[in-house]
Design a protein around this ligand. Structure first.
Ligand code: GLP
Length: 259
């Protein structure tokens, strides 16, 4: 069956539901995509074809299609039509190792690049003063980057460090951890907090996803062996790109199970 036939078959199934036509059509297309009846990259029939075959107005078709474009299910390419959105290859990330973005991607054979959003020395915010243990007369080094792997923007990372460990944020190359390593300041331990978020307009635009879609907010506070906090990073990751995986054990190392 062609992509068009799959959609119309779905539409016939839902036509008894009494829901507004555009919702029925939207659901039919979504169902066809979710069930894998039409796959990533497949072209959708033209607005005119859908309208005449399903006997609904073009305005109704357009409304359903626009909703699905906004939701990231379909993509529109100027001049060539509407397609099922390509599926993102998800990155599986262990939560037990303190690695850098560059190392994580290199291990997967992915190329990494970053777009600088900000780097410089600033008066610290109250949060930064508290976490990094800075006084109001000290400066904070901020390094904000859009992190891109294999040409797909995956995360926005905003790191804050004491200016005493990173006096020249302009000088770090492609990896913050590599730069910290050269001065013996690479963190050895970190606490990471992950929470759900809906991406705001500006972050969504940078990550090339529709505004409001699900993302992961990640806060990492990293420590040196001495116990000193070295890094306070707040990041936003694309929700459709990352799986964070934690290994769980019944007992901790050296612990016994108590009855
Ligand atoms: C990870 C962490 C960040 C850390 C970054 C360093 O992505 N979430 O907290 O700052 O790695 O990566 P790189 O050394 O590639 O700059």
């Amino acid at each position: 069956m062609s992509a068009a036939d799959q959609i119309f078959a779905m539409l016939r199934e839902s036509s008894q539901s009494g829901a507004p036509l555009y919702l029925q059509l939207r659901k039919s297309i979504e169902e066809a995509v979710n069930r894998g009846l039409i796959g990533p990259g497949d072209a959708l029939p033209s607005e005119r074809d859908i309208a005449s075959k399903a006997d609904i107005s073009r305005v109704t078709v357009r409304k359903a299609v626009q909703d699905l474009v906004k939701g990231g299910v379909l993509v529109q390419r100027h001049g060539s039509g509407t397609f099922v959105a390509p599926r993102m290859e998800r990155v599986e990330q262990s939560l037990s190792r303190l690695t850098s973005f560059t190392e994580d991607m290199a291990r997967r054979g992915m190329s990494v690049r970053s777009v600088w959003l900000d780097r410089g020395l600033y008066a610290p915010s109250p949060d930064e003063m508290m976490v990094l243990g800075l006084s109001s007369t000290e400066l904070v080094a901020r390094v904000a980057r859009l992190r891109i792997a294999n040409d797909t923007p995956l995360a926005i990372e905003r790191a804050a460090l004491s200016a005493s460990v990173l006096p020249d944020p302009e000088a770090i190359g492609s990896s913050l951890y590599a730069a910290l390593g050269t001065t013996g300041n690479r963190p050895v331990r970190a606490v990471q907090r992950i929470s759900a978020t809906n991406l705001g307009d500006a972050d969504a635009r940078l990550l090339e996803v529709p505004s409001g879609v699900a993302g992961l907010q990640i806060e990492r506070i990293s420590y040196l062996a001495s116990g000193k906090v070295i890094e306070f990073t707040r990041s936003v990751y694309r929700g459709d790109a990352y799986d964070f995986v934690a290994e769980l054990r019944l007992t901790g190392p050296g612990e016994e199970i108590r009855p």
